[in-house]
Design a binder for this molecule. Sequence first.
Ligand code: ATP
Length: 882
Amino acid sequence: MIKVPHSLSVQEVTKKLQVSPDDGLTTSEVKKRQSKYGENILTYKKAKSGWLILFEQFLNPIIYVLGTASILAFAFNEWLEGFAILTVILFTAIIGFFMEWQALRSFEALQKIAQTSAQVIRNGITKQLKTRFLVPGDIILLTSGDVIPADARLITCQSMAVKEAALTGESNQVEKNKAKLSIQTPMAERSNMVFKSAIVVRGSAKAVVTAIGDQTYIGQISNLVQDAQKERSPLEKKLNKLSIWLIWLTLCLAFLIVISGYINGKDITLMIKTGIALAVAAIPEGLPIVATIALARGMVKLSKKNVIIKKLEAVQTLGETNIVCTDKTGTLTQDKMSVHKLIMYGSVLDYKNLENKESIRHYSEEHLALNKIIEVAVLCNNIQSKKLDKNPDSIEMALIDFAYKIGYNVVEIRQKHPEIKEIPFESESKWMATLNLYSTGYQACVKGAFESIINHCNYILTKDGVKPFIDKAAWFNHVKELCSNGLRTLAFAFRYTDNKPKPNMLVQDLVFLGVIGFFDPPRKDVNQAIETYKNAGIKVVMITGDHPDTARKIAEEVGLINLKDNANTVIHGKLIMDIDNLSSEKEETILHAKVFARMTPKQKLDMVCFYQKHNAIVGMIGDGVNDTPALKKADIGIAMGIRGTEAAKEVADVILMDDRFTSTELAIRQGRTIYENIRHFVVYLLSCNFAEIISIAIAAIFSLPLPLLPLQILFLNLVTDVFPALALGMGMGKKDIMKQLPRDPKEPIITRKLWISTIIYGMSITLAVIGISFYAHIILELPYRTVNNMAFFTLLFAQLINVFNIPHRRFSFFQNEVTKNLWVWLALILSLLIVVTVYLIPLTRKVLLLVPLTMDQFITIGVFVLCSLLISQAIKRFGGTV
Ligand code: ATP
């Protein structure tokens, strides 16, 4: 890496870095540099080490409580118990470690897919490469929309401007060039350098990498800031809070029971034992970690369907999204543009004429404007070649295809009239222009949205030559007609001058040529997705820079609006320029509108803010560099993987690798499912733990023998908590999950109704446990051990079967997402196998204080277990639970 490259000439820099600007580095040199300098990533973004993950498992309140319980057990000479609790601590930490480790690794693997890439020249060949593999000395090619992958010195540069807001705070774009600068030039003024993380907004350049990773400018600031420390997702935070709350509740309860027992003169050792049992019973061992696992699993699942989630919390927000803003071209349409209609003064060519070379020849001989339009279309066009262009603009590509198809020689036209200046297309201005050399002078070639160009045109090219342009109104109608048929339109104009025009005069006094209508077929699967969104209470809004009539027609075709929708459904961008100061009536209109046309990128951002002000959770689909502020601001920024610029992909939370609108539906569905699964998991776990706490508390209060001993509870929690609960976390989701309204973000994980359900399921299990204890102790007068064992097995089986209480009551008991979840059945089988094994092995039987039970006693257990299920189900079917 070299210092102060801005103060060196291009030759000096490339010489120092030992690289040829034309051929780039060789593979062997790249390998050497990779082992010397490492990868081009910032340290804080590097993966968490395995040791740290393991260590963090012990920094958990659950472990603190279990640790205290084991110390108490040792203090009271309960060695077996003490060691057992220690084993559980280790076991919990190790399971936690493996699960989190795997979840993080799969998350990181996804991050790698989502990583931005860059065009690099190596061994004389240009290729696309993940930016992490760049080394100092690499030759990179930059174009509009790219995120600068490393600090680099410019070698060549064509009207390049970048936004360096992330680095310097300067939000305006900065012009770049390759000229050598003085060594004292401050960083913000180093115009011959580009810095990692800045965004190319215009132009193109070739540059040589001078610094990578932490050595880059951004690397040095972010090392100071260290802002990107891995945050827990809001969901994980909520779950952590819930477990801490539960711990406190249990500790209070345990304290009360111990004190009251002590006052009543009970044996203090027994009371402490009960306290330990309670604490152990209430700890939801797997609660926080399941969130990470469920979220990470959801992410992996989505990645298989071409949806890359970049931030863990995005999964949660996806389930809350109630407005999805989308653009039109490529998302709702196929982005396969073709010339469909061409209108010039006095003639209209539709695709039938355009298919026919003979008729074209006839027209071109007769009509000067056709030749001129093709000439302007070819010259005022950035397509170099289909193969070389990374992200070809489909409308420009359609023009080149069209020119070839009707027999024009694109290369020859371009050679004949070389370009000497370009004013690039911008979504704000909606036109582009080039200045080309002509035999005896200069020709300005202009193409763009009709409304943006028409006012600059004072003449029109007719069959009889250039005439004053009088009848502009008729042209508005022509364009309207094209747009009403769903065509995207471009208007063309030119101007010939003998002398080189001043830049501000380039698009003055133009000669209008005509308009071309492009057909871009709507995507076939969008209708279905929009219908699903409607049912899911999610509003889809189209925000486009295109003409209102084109937007309306496409919106109709994809089912976003229907013919009956009133005129206010489509709103023109110019009507909402000042969106912050609208009358309440107008705000209402905007809230009801579904299509916004002729919108600028700034207005896209305004719309996101507007919806958020009205309490919506907004998903925003975008692709361009201009979309980045809106993508960032939206609750969920969704970038297109194929069409999207590197800048859009960098800021987005979600990347659709296949650019399909329908993939957003998959993502939202998965987001909802994961949240539901976590809820199921939590309700299941809490109801099981609740049953344990209450059973012990009741036994302590009524001076019954303890129905459960600490070791038995630990065993139960490891068997009944972990496997079925994890299986619930892997559920496929309800069939009708996309028929429900979006979740209210303010809603807690466990709503009031879910708390009631949790308590009812917990109480049903408790009734069975206490019931069998009474029955065996008082009526059957069985020995203490047998009573305890019967209570233990009742609790165990009732907890396992409790998994079938989880589905919503609108589903049948036999046909629902839990009975259809293969994981649940596997978990139940595994749990049962463990129980049988433990029961059969003498050592474990001794540790768990198990005694042989008779067949009759097992049947009694079965009856009580069934009763607990019946009670829960009866209450559920009468509407007492969810
Ligand atoms: P969509 O929602 O369909 O993706 P958009 O919001 O990206 O559209 P823009 O690409 O900004 O819209 O296009 C707005 C208008 O600018 C188009 O209707 C067209 O008339 C004009 N336009 C588009 N591309 C070009 C181009 N390459 N050169 C000149 N004018 C263009």
